[in-house]
Design a protein around this ligand. Structure first.
Ligand SMILES: Nc1ncnc2c1ncn2[C@@H]1O[C@H](COP(=O)(O)OP(=O)(O)OP(=O)(O)O)[C@@H](O)[C@H]1O
Ligand SMILES: [Mg+2]
Length: 320
């Protein structure tokens, strides 16, 4: 396992990112099923690619499937393949994504969108590693490593009846929670420099630089589109202001306004004597748990966290 290539592909030094990178490195060394959870643009796909590229399967393909883009009636045949004549339009035998990924990795992106009927068949495949084409009575043994990703709270989807509980547990063997960019503001400047240099090369322009107030504003911004949004901003600035020093006034209005919003609307005022952030967090977690009679999914929602993140923080503070 080459540790360096992880660091080269995944930019960021924050402890929040480092702990996920560390877990990803460990999973790359085995064939274990990984479920990656994170907001849109936070880096789920890049993590999946890095895990595959560092695994013993790296010389084989990683087949990426966007489960949200598969038509419901074709989902089974697209995943598992079909034989000639098994349905109208099945004019020849056809492999599915699983056969294509044989000996390699299958990346099931937006796995929460997979139709329930196919979820059952996927679970059977995961447990038996045997794949049955639509219309066939035979099964074929396959050697496929599964990495799945979702931006949904799959636990909630299970509770709502949209996702099979047994499949959830089968996928959830190693969960990787990619932190949102707003929760690792320490990485903003590093990513900004990385993308700015990369884009300057790509567009053959002189890289702009950012003054302190612009950087502070970017650190305070909530980045709903996460790293993708930050990269897009770097692209815009590199094209419009090559070689210039970018100041607060050059930033897009939605980012400048968001900063003012954050400044004006402090949720809690910091006493002059200061306070322990850790104690505030513990107190808020306890309040959320009391309010929801200990229901962790509901408590997590009250705190704007995923259930996994809440469980992680409860464990960290030894809260039960
Ligand atoms: N740590 C990182 N270092 C460098 N680039 C990153 C990092 N994380 C994400 N990116 C880049 O940000 C962009 C978005 O990442 P990616 O496509 O992996 O996100 P995602 O979570 O799969 O998004 P979505 O939910 O929209 O599918 C990509 O261009 C990716 O290369
Ligand atoms: Mg993605």
């Amino acid at each position: 396992m080459e540790l360096e290539s992880f660091e080269n592909s995944l930019i960021g030094q924050s402890p929040e990112l480092n702990s996920v990178t560390w877990a990803a490195k460990i999973t790359a060394a085995s064939d274990v099923t990984v479920l990656i959870h994170g907001e849109s643009g936070s880096g789920k796909e890049i993590f999946a690619k890095v895990i595959h590229n560092e695994s013993s399967r790296k010389s084989q393909s990683m087949i990426s499937v966007n489960c949200a883009a598969i038509p419901v009636n074709l989902a089974e045949s697209m995943l598992f393949g079909h034989i000639k004549g098994s349905f109208t339009g099945a004019v020849s035998n056809q492999d599915g994504y699983i056969q294509e990924a044989n000996k390699g990795t299958l990346f099931l992106d937006e796995v929460g969108e997979l139709p329930l009927s196919v979820q059952a068949k996927l679970l059977r495949f995961l447990e038996s590693t045997e794949c049955q084409k639509v219309g066939s009575s035979k099964t074929e043994k396959m050697n496929v490593r599964i990495i799945a990703a979702t931006n949904r709270d799959l636990h909630d989807e299970v509770n709502k009846g949209n996702f099979r509980k047994d499949l959830f547990y089968r996928l959830h063997i190693v969960p990787l929670e990619i932190p949102a960019l707003r929760d690792r503001t320490g990485d903003v400047e590093l990513l900004l420099k990385h993308f700015t240099a990369e884009l300057a090369k790509q567009y053959a322009v002189k890289a702009p630089n950012y003054n302190k107030s612009a950087i502070n504003c970017l650190k305070n911004y909530s980045w709903p589109g996460n790293i993708r949004e930050l990269r897009n901003l770097c692209e815009r600035m590199s094209i419009l202001l090559p070689g210039k020093t970018i100041k607060l006034e050059n930033l897009p209005i939605e980012i400048k306004n968001a900063k003012q919003y954050a400044e004006q609307k402090s949720l809690v005022s910091l006493p002059d004597s200061g306070l322990s952030l850790e104690n505030v967090e513990i107190d808020l977690i306890q309040q959320a748990l009391n309010k929801t009679s200990g229901n962790r999914s509901k408590a997590a929602r009250l705190l704007g966290l995923t259930r996994d993140t809440l469980l992680y923080r409860m464990k960290k503070y030894s809260l039960t």
